[in-house]
Design a protein around this ligand. Structure first.
Ligand code: NAD
Length: 492
């Protein structure tokens, strides 16, 4: 497979499937609009087949009953193969998602490797427990795999997302079906092929590309799937939950969108350029098409002018360009429709009185998917742009005058994925970290935390489970209690 692949098949039991009753969809390069690949849409037949193959593999114990340390060793081999093919995987993600190639190489590859290696190490540490009992009883718990499980994924971090799902799902012994986004199937497919090369049984990992309406919903409805781990938008999360309720009550974990604040207290500027660097990353990494994007800057009024001017100056220097160009900071958005939507949100915010500080540069000559880095100043919190996940390179700046007001503004959203908080006052930092309603709070940095730290949202950003850390296994394992009653008194 190359980064300019012509077709993307499904992969079931190690076999590539090049045509289905559900047809094909065409994919074009978000930077150039040039045709990139035709992608197979896996339909009900392929979903049924992948579930059946996964079930047989599971029941035979070909992966589920392999010694956990050996499963870990296979995942380590997979990580080595991913490292070997990192330039290719980065090129695939960059071409399909329009992500700047530098970000794919410097960020996403490392994130994928970290996940695979961390969960490889965790494979033989899934301990059960013993209960508190009298001496004539023994209560014990086992953490067992769920069976056939599915991961439904978004397009913004394709290879990293695949690794975050593959790592814990396979470490625990499940048979996994990956459903990559219709826009970005290439890296998941390549990683699954590498998994088989690494010695993971072909029946334990399938890849079903396709649309949400056909492939995703067939997985969500399927009675043979025991758990679905979904990452994507709130609306789709709701549909998957309904489908699970209408079928076999499969376990559902949802990682969804965000509207995360960056909160800057009075002393935040003492962090100097480090603050501005992190603010830029938080707002504009992956063009703001990032679930934890710090899209709402909330800044203490005493430093607002200086922060705004330094931030806007830096944002102005970001290089907008083709995703394959090493110097690009801001590539295209995923589709023309997405770019149109983002521009519409900005226009309506301006019409409602928001002040445009940056963003009137005309980048349309680059192509219809490009949106310039945009900064808006606004004080009212009822603007549509302040309440909606923009998923583009757009950030708003609002001011506050007290800690309590900052917390109230931070929490004034239906989302609760992440927040970053800048202050050197440890009492204030801990008070605010506890008061802000979000699943991940980074203090004096923009960070989602390391692989050992659980990741997932509060409120409408998350439901039913976390990713990363040992908490991730809650999605992919079930606990069985075995209760043993001892008989006899030892007299014989
Ligand atoms: P999306 O919800 O449109 O699609 C996600 C996946 O769901 C795709 O594979 C899609 O084909 C599938 N899908 C769509 N409709 C479906 C249905 N009815 N049944 C089953 N599957 C269906 O999201 P997207 O546009 O790919 O990704 C962007 C969203 O993902 C943003 O909201 C972003 O915040 C979120 N996201 C969240 C995290 C996180 O960890 N919280 C990480 C990355 C992205």
């Amino acid at each position: 497979m190359t980064a300019t692949m012509q077709s993307v098949p499904a992969l079931i039991d190690g076999r590539e499937i090049w045509s289905t009753d559900a047809g094909m969809m065409s994919r074009s390069d978000p930077s150039t609009g040039r045709p990139l690949a035709d992608v197979v849409v896996a339909g009900q037949t392929e979903v049924d087949l992948a579930v059946a193959v996964g079930r047989t593999t599971f029941d035979r114990g070909a992966w589920s009953n392999v010694a956990p340390a050996e499963r870990g060793a296979a995942l380590l081999r997979l990580a080595d193969l991913v490292e070997r093919d990192a330039p290719l995987l980065a090129a695939i993600d960059s071409a399909e998602a329009g992500k700047p190639i530098r970000e794919c190489l410097e960020g996403d590859v490392g994130a994928a490797l970290e996940a695979l290696r961390w969960f490889a190490g965790a494979a033989d540490k899934l301990y059960g427990a013993t209960s508190v009992t009298v001496s004539s009883e023994v209560g014990m718990t086992f953490r067992e795999p769920m069976g056939v499980v599915a991961a439904i994924m978004p397009w913004n971090y394709p290879m990293a997302q695949a690794a975050w799902k593959i790592g814990p799902a396979l470490a625990a012994g499940n048979s996994l079906i990956l459903k990559p986004s219709e826009w970005t199937p290439g890296s998941a497919l390549h990683i699954a092929a590498l998994a088989i090369e690494a010695g993971i049984p072909a029946g334990a990992i399938s890849v079903l590309p396709g649309t949400g309406a056909v492939t995703g919903s067939a997985l969500a409805r399927h009675d043979g799937i025991s758990a679905i781990s979904f990452t994507g938008s709130v609306g789709t999360g709701r549909e998957i939950l309904k489908a699970a309720a209408g079928s076999n009550f499969k376990r559902v974990s949802l990682e969804m969108g965000g509207k995360s604040p960056q909160v800057l207290m009075q002393d935040a500027l003492t962090f100097g350029d480090r603050l501005i660097d992190h603010m830029i990353d938080s707002a504009f990494m992956t063009m703001g098409e990032n679930c934890t994007a710090g899209s709402r800057v909330l800044v203490h009024e005493s430093i607002a002018d200086e922060v705004t001017s330094r931030f806007v100056d830096r944002a102005r220097s970001l290089v907008v360009g083709d995703a394959s160009d090493q110097s690009t900071d801001i590539g295209p958005l995923i589709t023309e429709g997405a770019a149109r939507r983002v521009r519409g949100l900005v226009e309506r915010a301006k019409a409602e009185g928001a002040e445009l500080l940056l963003g009137d540069e005309d980048v349309s000559q680059r192509g219809p998917n490009f949106v310039a880095p945009t900064v808006l100043r606004l004080e009212r919190q009822d603007h549509e742009i302040q309440r909606t996940e923009v998923f583009g390179p757009v950030v708003t700046i609002s001011t506050f005058s007290s800690e309590n007001e900052a917390v109230a503004l931070a929490n004034d959203t239906d989302f609760g994925l992440a927040a970053s908080l800048w202050t050197r006052d440890i009492n204030r930092a801990m008070r605010m970290a506890r008061a802000i309603e979000a699943g991940v709070i980074s203090i004096n940095s923009y960070s989602e935390g390391g692989m050992s730290a659980p990741f997932g949202g509060y409120k409408q950003s998350g439901f039913g489970g976390k990713e990363r850390g040992m908490d991730a296994f809650e999605q992919w394992t079930q606990t069985k209690t075995v209760w043993l009653q001892l008989h006899g008194d030892g007299s014989a």
